[in-house]
Design a protein around this ligand. Sequence first.
Ligand code: SF4
Length: 238
Amino acid sequence: MSSQTVERLNEELSGKSPDVILRRAVEFFGAASTAFASSFGAEDQVITDILHKEKLGVSVFTLDTGRLPQETYDVLDATRKHYGIQVEVLFPESSAVAAMQTLHGPNLFYESVEYRRECCRIRKVMPLRNKLSTLKAWICGLRREQSVTRTAVTPIEWDTAFGLYKINPLAEATEEWVWEYIRTHKVPFNALHEQGYPSIGCAPCTRAVKPGEDIRAGRWWWEMAEHRECGLHRGEKQ
Ligand code: SF4
Protein backbone atom coordinates (compact mmCIF):
# COMPACT_ATOMS: atom_id res chain seq x y z
CA MET A 1 0.00 0.00 0.00
CA SER A 2 1.43 3.39 -0.96
CA SER A 3 1.70 6.43 1.31
CA GLN A 4 -0.92 8.11 -0.94
CA THR A 5 -3.36 5.30 -0.15
CA VAL A 6 -2.79 5.85 3.59
CA GLU A 7 -3.29 9.59 3.10
CA ARG A 8 -6.53 8.98 1.20
CA LEU A 9 -7.78 6.58 3.88
CA ASN A 10 -6.97 9.11 6.61
CA GLU A 11 -8.77 11.87 4.69
CA GLU A 12 -11.79 9.59 4.30
CA LEU A 13 -11.72 8.67 8.02
CA SER A 14 -10.93 12.09 9.44
CA GLY A 15 -13.68 13.14 11.86
CA LYS A 16 -15.41 9.74 11.59
CA SER A 17 -16.54 7.79 14.65
CA PRO A 18 -14.43 4.87 15.95
CA ASP A 19 -16.92 2.23 14.73
CA VAL A 20 -16.73 3.63 11.17
CA ILE A 21 -12.93 3.69 11.31
CA LEU A 22 -12.81 0.11 12.57
CA ARG A 23 -15.25 -1.21 9.96
CA ARG A 24 -13.40 0.48 7.10
CA ALA A 25 -9.95 -0.55 8.33
CA VAL A 26 -10.91 -4.19 8.92
CA GLU A 27 -12.61 -4.30 5.51
CA PHE A 28 -9.42 -2.88 3.97
CA PHE A 29 -6.82 -5.08 5.73
CA GLY A 30 -8.98 -8.19 6.29
CA ALA A 31 -10.08 -9.61 9.65
CA ALA A 32 -7.70 -12.58 9.45
CA SER A 33 -4.68 -10.29 8.93
CA THR A 34 -5.65 -7.81 11.64
CA ALA A 35 -5.56 -8.19 15.44
CA PHE A 36 -6.29 -6.00 18.42
CA ALA A 37 -3.64 -5.51 21.13
CA SER A 38 -5.46 -4.84 24.38
CA SER A 39 -3.99 -3.87 27.73
CA PHE A 40 -7.53 -3.55 29.13
CA GLY A 41 -7.32 0.19 29.79
CA ALA A 42 -10.41 2.35 29.25
CA GLU A 43 -9.71 3.00 25.55
CA ASP A 44 -9.03 -0.66 24.83
CA GLN A 45 -12.26 -1.68 26.53
CA VAL A 46 -14.20 0.67 24.23
CA ILE A 47 -12.54 -0.93 21.20
CA THR A 48 -13.33 -4.45 22.44
CA ASP A 49 -16.97 -3.42 22.85
CA ILE A 50 -17.16 -1.96 19.33
CA LEU A 51 -15.41 -4.97 17.76
CA HIS A 52 -17.88 -7.25 19.53
CA LYS A 53 -20.97 -5.20 18.58
CA GLU A 54 -19.88 -4.84 14.97
CA LYS A 55 -18.99 -8.57 14.78
CA LEU A 56 -15.79 -7.74 12.92
CA GLY A 57 -14.16 -11.13 13.62
CA VAL A 58 -10.86 -9.62 14.77
CA SER A 59 -8.86 -11.59 17.35
CA VAL A 60 -7.73 -9.98 20.62
CA PHE A 61 -4.34 -10.50 22.25
CA THR A 62 -2.56 -9.10 25.28
CA LEU A 63 0.99 -8.96 26.62
CA ASP A 64 1.37 -10.47 30.07
CA THR A 65 4.67 -9.02 31.24
CA GLY A 66 4.55 -10.93 34.52
CA ARG A 67 4.44 -7.61 36.41
CA LEU A 68 0.81 -6.57 35.86
CA PRO A 69 -1.44 -5.41 38.72
CA GLN A 70 -4.09 -7.85 39.97
CA GLU A 71 -6.79 -5.39 38.82
CA THR A 72 -5.67 -5.89 35.22
CA TYR A 73 -6.04 -9.67 35.51
CA ASP A 74 -9.47 -9.08 37.03
CA VAL A 75 -10.67 -6.95 34.12
CA LEU A 76 -9.13 -9.36 31.61
CA ASP A 77 -11.18 -12.14 33.17
CA ALA A 78 -14.32 -9.96 33.35
CA THR A 79 -13.89 -9.07 29.66
CA ARG A 80 -13.54 -12.71 28.58
CA LYS A 81 -16.74 -13.57 30.41
CA HIS A 82 -18.74 -10.44 29.49
CA TYR A 83 -18.15 -10.82 25.74
CA GLY A 84 -17.63 -14.59 25.63
CA ILE A 85 -14.33 -14.10 23.80
CA GLN A 86 -10.91 -15.70 23.94
CA VAL A 87 -7.96 -13.43 24.59
CA GLU A 88 -4.61 -14.73 23.39
CA VAL A 89 -2.01 -14.13 26.13
CA LEU A 90 1.58 -13.55 25.04
CA PHE A 91 4.41 -14.08 27.52
CA PRO A 92 8.05 -12.98 27.38
CA GLU A 93 10.82 -15.50 26.78
CA SER A 94 11.49 -16.90 30.27
CA SER A 95 15.25 -17.36 29.70
CA ALA A 96 15.61 -13.68 28.67
CA VAL A 97 13.70 -12.51 31.78
CA ALA A 98 15.79 -14.79 34.00
CA ALA A 99 19.09 -13.56 32.52
CA MET A 100 18.03 -9.89 32.82
CA GLN A 101 16.97 -10.19 36.45
CA THR A 102 20.02 -12.28 37.40
CA LEU A 103 22.27 -9.58 35.96
CA HIS A 104 20.46 -6.42 37.05
CA GLY A 105 17.97 -7.43 39.77
CA PRO A 106 14.17 -7.33 39.79
CA ASN A 107 13.89 -3.50 40.01
CA LEU A 108 16.33 -2.54 37.26
CA PHE A 109 13.82 -0.16 35.61
CA TYR A 110 14.31 2.41 38.38
CA GLU A 111 18.07 2.59 37.79
CA SER A 112 18.21 4.09 34.29
CA VAL A 113 16.17 4.74 31.13
CA GLU A 114 18.42 2.21 29.40
CA TYR A 115 17.59 -0.58 31.89
CA ARG A 116 13.92 0.37 31.85
CA ARG A 117 13.81 0.12 28.07
CA GLU A 118 15.63 -3.22 28.22
CA CYS A 119 12.95 -4.55 30.58
CA CYS A 120 10.20 -3.25 28.27
CA ARG A 121 12.03 -4.71 25.28
CA ILE A 122 12.22 -8.19 26.80
CA ARG A 123 8.83 -8.27 28.51
CA LYS A 124 6.76 -6.40 25.88
CA VAL A 125 8.47 -5.57 22.60
CA MET A 126 9.92 -9.01 21.77
CA PRO A 127 6.68 -10.97 22.26
CA LEU A 128 4.78 -8.22 20.45
CA ARG A 129 7.21 -8.27 17.52
CA ASN A 130 6.74 -12.04 17.15
CA LYS A 131 2.98 -11.64 17.08
CA LEU A 132 2.96 -8.65 14.71
CA SER A 133 5.17 -10.47 12.20
CA THR A 134 2.09 -12.61 11.41
CA LEU A 135 -0.20 -9.61 10.66
CA LYS A 136 -0.82 -6.83 8.13
CA ALA A 137 -2.28 -4.41 10.67
CA TRP A 138 -2.82 -4.07 14.42
CA ILE A 139 -5.41 -2.08 16.30
CA CYS A 140 -4.41 0.16 19.23
CA GLY A 141 -6.21 2.46 21.65
CA LEU A 142 -3.94 5.51 21.17
CA ARG A 143 -5.46 8.98 21.41
CA ARG A 144 -3.79 12.23 20.35
CA GLU A 145 -4.48 14.05 23.57
CA GLN A 146 -2.93 11.33 25.76
CA SER A 147 0.59 12.76 25.82
CA VAL A 148 3.28 14.84 24.12
CA THR A 149 4.47 11.66 22.39
CA ARG A 150 1.07 11.02 20.72
CA THR A 151 -0.01 14.34 19.23
CA ALA A 152 0.49 13.17 15.61
CA VAL A 153 -1.57 9.95 15.85
CA THR A 154 -3.83 9.37 12.79
CA PRO A 155 -6.53 6.70 12.21
CA ILE A 156 -4.21 4.69 9.92
CA GLU A 157 -0.43 4.88 10.02
CA TRP A 158 2.59 2.88 8.94
CA ASP A 159 4.31 1.49 12.00
CA THR A 160 7.99 1.87 11.20
CA ALA A 161 9.08 0.04 14.35
CA PHE A 162 7.25 -3.17 13.51
CA GLY A 163 6.75 -3.02 9.74
CA LEU A 164 2.95 -3.18 9.46
CA TYR A 165 -0.03 -0.80 9.61
CA LYS A 166 -1.43 0.54 12.83
CA ILE A 167 -5.13 1.31 13.19
CA ASN A 168 -6.01 3.96 15.79
CA PRO A 169 -9.82 4.19 15.86
CA LEU A 170 -9.71 6.51 18.91
CA ALA A 171 -7.08 8.88 17.49
CA GLU A 172 -9.44 11.86 17.70
CA ALA A 173 -11.51 10.73 20.71
CA THR A 174 -11.45 12.68 23.96
CA GLU A 175 -11.19 11.22 27.44
CA GLU A 176 -14.75 12.44 28.14
CA TRP A 177 -16.04 10.58 25.09
CA VAL A 178 -14.34 7.36 26.18
CA TRP A 179 -15.88 7.46 29.66
CA GLU A 180 -19.29 8.44 28.35
CA TYR A 181 -19.12 5.39 26.04
CA ILE A 182 -18.11 3.11 28.95
CA ARG A 183 -20.98 4.36 31.13
CA THR A 184 -23.59 4.26 28.37
CA HIS A 185 -22.68 0.77 27.16
CA LYS A 186 -21.88 -0.66 30.62
CA VAL A 187 -18.42 -1.74 29.51
CA PRO A 188 -16.27 -3.51 32.16
CA PHE A 189 -13.25 -1.41 33.17
CA ASN A 190 -10.12 -1.66 35.30
CA ALA A 191 -10.86 -0.79 38.96
CA LEU A 192 -7.61 1.21 39.13
CA HIS A 193 -9.20 3.89 36.91
CA GLU A 194 -11.36 4.81 39.92
CA GLN A 195 -8.29 5.10 42.14
CA GLY A 196 -6.54 7.85 40.15
CA TYR A 197 -4.88 5.74 37.45
CA PRO A 198 -5.85 7.13 34.01
CA SER A 199 -3.17 5.01 32.27
CA ILE A 200 -2.25 1.54 33.55
CA GLY A 201 0.81 -0.55 32.77
CA CYS A 202 3.00 -2.78 34.91
CA ALA A 203 2.51 -2.45 38.69
CA PRO A 204 6.02 -1.20 39.59
CA CYS A 205 5.99 1.37 36.76
CA THR A 206 2.53 2.90 37.24
CA ARG A 207 1.23 5.18 39.97
CA ALA A 208 -1.89 7.27 40.50
CA VAL A 209 -1.78 10.87 39.21
CA LYS A 210 -2.74 14.00 41.09
CA PRO A 211 -5.64 16.22 39.91
CA GLY A 212 -4.44 18.38 37.00
CA GLU A 213 -1.45 16.18 36.16
CA ASP A 214 -0.94 14.84 32.62
CA ILE A 215 -2.84 11.57 32.12
CA ARG A 216 0.38 9.65 31.45
CA ALA A 217 2.27 11.29 34.31
CA GLY A 218 1.85 8.09 36.35
CA ARG A 219 3.74 5.94 33.84
CA TRP A 220 7.52 5.73 34.52
CA TRP A 221 7.01 8.91 36.56
CA TRP A 222 10.70 9.11 37.49
CA GLU A 223 11.62 9.78 33.83
CA MET A 224 11.26 12.87 31.59
CA ALA A 225 7.87 13.03 29.74
CA GLU A 226 9.40 12.52 26.28
CA HIS A 227 10.88 9.14 27.37
CA ARG A 228 7.56 7.76 28.59
CA GLU A 229 6.81 5.18 25.91
CA CYS A 230 7.61 1.50 26.24
CA GLY A 231 8.78 0.79 22.69
CA LEU A 232 5.31 -0.34 21.60
CA HIS A 233 4.43 3.10 20.26
CA ARG A 234 7.68 5.04 19.99
CA GLY A 235 7.84 4.69 16.21
CA GLU A 236 11.45 3.59 16.18
CA LYS A 237 13.33 0.38 15.51
CA GLN A 238 13.92 -1.84 18.55
S1 SF4 B 1 6.61 -1.25 32.30
FE1 SF4 B 1 8.20 -1.60 33.87
S2 SF4 B 1 8.03 -3.76 34.57
FE2 SF4 B 1 6.80 -3.48 32.67
S3 SF4 B 1 8.12 -4.18 31.07
FE3 SF4 B 1 8.42 -1.95 31.19
S4 SF4 B 1 10.09 -1.58 32.69
FE4 SF4 B 1 9.45 -3.75 32.86
